[in-house]
Design a binder for this molecule. Structure first.
Ligand SMILES: Cc1ncc(COP(=O)(O)O)c(C=O)c1O
Length: 382
């Protein structure tokens, strides 16, 4: 490396807590009072258990919650150069041992995913992506009329790195989601390094975006960050987010790590948004609270083992997940599972072509939520 609001109310009465609070003037007083009361009682989303978006049921850890509360003051009136943002950047720089120009902050990692495609792909510079995988890069490519090469997962539902390498020649960018969403599967550093080196060797102008949104859920013995490759090659970009294990999807903080020139190209191609003061203090606290992340990883892994065990008992295979979501083969269309589960107040994932006729992504909620969900799965899938 040359290192130097989502729509705030989906449905009146089914508003999120944030929507309830920010939407006061647009709701009738009666509904507003009801939804506010529900939010105060901790009943969100109209009581539906949301296992559909890979969010965090637990939210930020106690230290981060305390930091958020302490930052809510009249000081918010002075936020164009938000307090704590420099400290957050400094902490990231220090932790990853990179230069100040090698970090690009963004409002969640979505703008990094969008900006990379806009910067590096086009009609004659295809995006190479896996299927099923996270689709923001592919959607962006289609929006701008860029060519897309979609590479199916292998028979174990792992990203087929050899096929991705083969497809990369002449590509604008290769999107590697590691761990992969929706499967939860991972490639270790050795496999990622071999693939990335091969792409750089065979197609030196191709960029490689490694999306590590779920890395904080993964045991370090299973996978490590591809950051050393980003330090070595200006082609490689790492995307990170505070939306997953740090439980901050509603605060919108993410970042990219790459060569400074590469980050400049991304930043010029698409707006990264402005990280706000509350998001910055929350992310700074969460980033440094390594004990909490270790706890979160363990909690998620126990909940995952419980859920996978129950599905296995019911006779369903589940690819080995290292994330906060699983992708079981339920032997029926995801749409059928979704329609049946929602009747019992459980919302599960959308379709993930080409496996939508057999597999369904289930995000992992809290212990209590998964106990309820498993009871519903038993009834619906029997
Ligand atoms: C693999 C992956 N990358 C990136 C994102 C974007 O998340 P955010 O913009 O909240 O950082 C998601 C969200 O679900 C994801 O699953």
């Amino acid at each position: 490396m040359k290192f130097t609001r989502r729509g705030f109310i989906q449905n009146v009465g089914l508003g999120t807590a944030a929507g309830v609070i920010s939407g006061t003037s647009l709701l009738s007083p009666i509904i507003n009072a009801q939804t506010r009361e529900a939010a105060m009682a901790g009943v969100f989303d109209g009581g539906v258990i949301q296992l559909n978006q890979n969010e965090s049921a637990r939210g930020p850890g106690p230290k981060t919650m305390q930091a958020i509360h302490s930052a809510i003051s009249k000081r918010i009136g002075r936020g164009y150069a938000p307090d704590y943002l420099r400290e957050l950047q400094a902490s990231i720089i220090d932790h990853f041992d990179v230069g100040a120009d090698n970090v690009l902050m963004s409002t969640g990692s979505t703008p990094i995913l969008q900006g990379t495609v806009r910067a590096f792909c086009g009609a004659d510079k295809p995006l190479v992506t896996a299927a099923p995988s996270f689709t923001t890069s592919e959607q962006t490519a289609r929006q701008i009329g860029a060519a897309v090469k979609v590479i199916p997962l292998d028979s174990h539902l792992n990203i087929d790195l050899d096929a991705m390498v083969a497809a990369s020649i002449g590509a604008g960018m290769v999107y590697l989601c590691n761990p992969n969403n929706p499967t939860g599967t991972v490639h270790g550093l050795a496999a990622m390094e071999a693939a990335i080196r091969e792409i750089v060797r065979r197609s030196p102008t191709t960029k490689i975006l490694v999306d590590e949104a779920y890395i904080d859920y993964v045991d370090a013995s299973v996978m490590q960050t591809a950051l050393p490759l980003a330090k070595e090659f200006s082609n490689v970009i790492i995307a990170r987010t505070f939306s997953k294990a740090h439980g901050m999807a509603g605060l919108r903080v993410g970042y990219g790590l790459a060569d400074s020139g590469t980050l400049d190209e991304i930043n010029s191609a698409w707006g990264m948004g402005d990280v706000n003061m509350i998001g910055a203090i929350a992310a700074l606290t969460a980033f440094e609270d390594t004990d909490h992340i270790a706890w979160e990883r363990q909690e998620n892994s126990e909940i995952r083992a419980f859920t996978v065990g129950a599905l296995n008992d019911m006779g369903f295979d589940v690819p080995e997940s290292h994330t906060n979501h699983i992708f079981p083969n339920l032997k029926r269309p995801a749409s059928v599972v979704r329609a049946a589960c929602i009747k019992s107040g459980i919302s599960v994932g959308r379709d993930f072509p080409p496996l939508q006729e057999t597999h369904c992504r289930i995000s992992l909620g809290s212990r209590e939520e998964m106990e309820k969900a498993v009871a519903v799965f038993r009834a619906v899938l029997s």
